[in-house]
Ligand binder design. Structure first.
Ligand code: ADP
Ligand code: MG
Length: 326
């Protein structure tokens, strides 16, 4: 199975940041409220995640490391309205096939924590009892050590780490009630603490900066069962890159063309052609009206009524920008 897993890894695991994304999404699925990441050398040397989620029982550790062993799709009906983030059941197996992965977990009700890793050509899973608080730790060392072609595509430590920070920013903005601690080479670089109240505003300030929050135009509108909530950066917050642009559909980070086009068009209609505006936009639609499974890696979605969604976003943003200008 190792070769099949490595081929699958080609699709899921492009770089350290993609490992981080898969691991963090698993923690969120497991109900974690605190996620800590220890990165060494841009993630190339080590990515270690600890969470306080539900954990994995001893009997399921080996299964978690095998391909297509997802615990997340029970019936076809679930597919229609996927709410849990991961559902392909191959991330851990893929990552494990291109790194030295150690999985340690303790569900609250299980007395002992257990640690699992794969060994040998047939990737047999070995299990050992260890000490560990409730939750899960996943240690991914020496990423791509056995796939030199992929290793060659890794950029500098700094660039890979920036990609990781970008992934965490995106996830942090969509999970304001979860605390994130991010360390690089032993030093804390980002700390997004969950606040007691008003999670979202606090989180936006933490990720985008207090200046953004203070100056951004806030809007929240419903239309035909859809909801758009957005913080729209003004002309003083333009950038040369799209780094400050975040959009979410039903809590998932997206870089969807239709959404970005609608926002862009709104900005242009109000302020003319511009450099890149900064914004944080949350769109909520009925899960049955959107297919999030089109491009799991490319962050694109397909809407049943794409025209309606596009025009709703465009009009809401344009109106808000006009009002905010007064
Ligand atoms: P998927 O998320 O698509 O189900 P993965 O390969 O990412 O597949 O994970 C396999 C399984 O391992 C998950 O279905 C889940 O049961 C378990 N798992 C992985 N990470 C965690 C975690 N941090 N906490 C609890 N369970 C986890
Ligand atoms: Mg997963």
């Amino acid at each position: 199975p190792q070769l099949a897993n490595q081929i699958a890894a080609g699709e899921v695991v492009e770089r350290p940041a993609s490992v981080v994304k898969e691991l963090v999404e698993n923690s969120l699925d497991a109900g974690a409220t605190r996620i800590e990441l220890d990165i060494e050398k841009g993630g190339h040397k080590r990515i270690r995640l600890r969470d306080n989620g539900n954990g994995i029982i001893k009997d399921e550790l080996a299964l978690a490391l095998s391909r297509h062993a997802t615990s997340k799709i029970a019936t076809l009906d679930d597919l229609e309205s996927i709410l849990s983030l991961g559902f392909r059941g191959e991330a851990l197996a893929s990552i494990s096939s291109v790194s030295r992965l150690i999985l340690t977990s303790k569900p609250e009700m299980q007395e002992q924590a257990w640690q699992a890793h794969c060994e040998g050509r047939d990737m047999a899973v070995s299990l050992n009892p260890v000490a560990h608080p409730p939750g899960t730790t996943i240690d991914v060392a020496d990423l791509f050590y056995n796939t030199p072609a992929r290793r060659k595509f890794l950029r500098t430590e700094k660039t890979e780490y920036q990609h990781i920070e970008d992934v965490i920013r995106r996830i942090a903005l969509s999970h304001p009630a979860v605390s994130f601690i991010l360390k690089h080479n032993g030093k804390v670089t980002k700390r997004y603490q969950a606040s007691a109240s008003d999670h979202l505003t606090q989180r936006i300030a933490a990720v985008m900066g207090q200046k953004f929050l203070t100056n951004a135009i806030h809007v929240k509108t419903d239309y035909h069962g859809m909801q758009l909530e957005a913080w729209l950066g003004n002309e003083a917050m333009l950038r040369s890159s799209t780094d400050g642009q975040f959009s979410f559909v039903n809590g998932r980070g997206m870089r969807d063309k239709l959404i970005l086009h609608a926002i862009r068009q709104a900005y242009e209609s109000v302020w003319g052609v511009l450099e890149q505006p900064s914004f944080v936009v949350y769109l909520t639609v009925d899960p049955r009206d959107v297919d999030v499974n089109v491009h799991p890696a490319k962050h694109e979605v397909r809407f049943q009524q794409s025209r309606l969604v596009h025009d709703f976003i465009c009009k809401t943003v344009a109106d808000a920008l006009c009002d905010g200008d007064d």
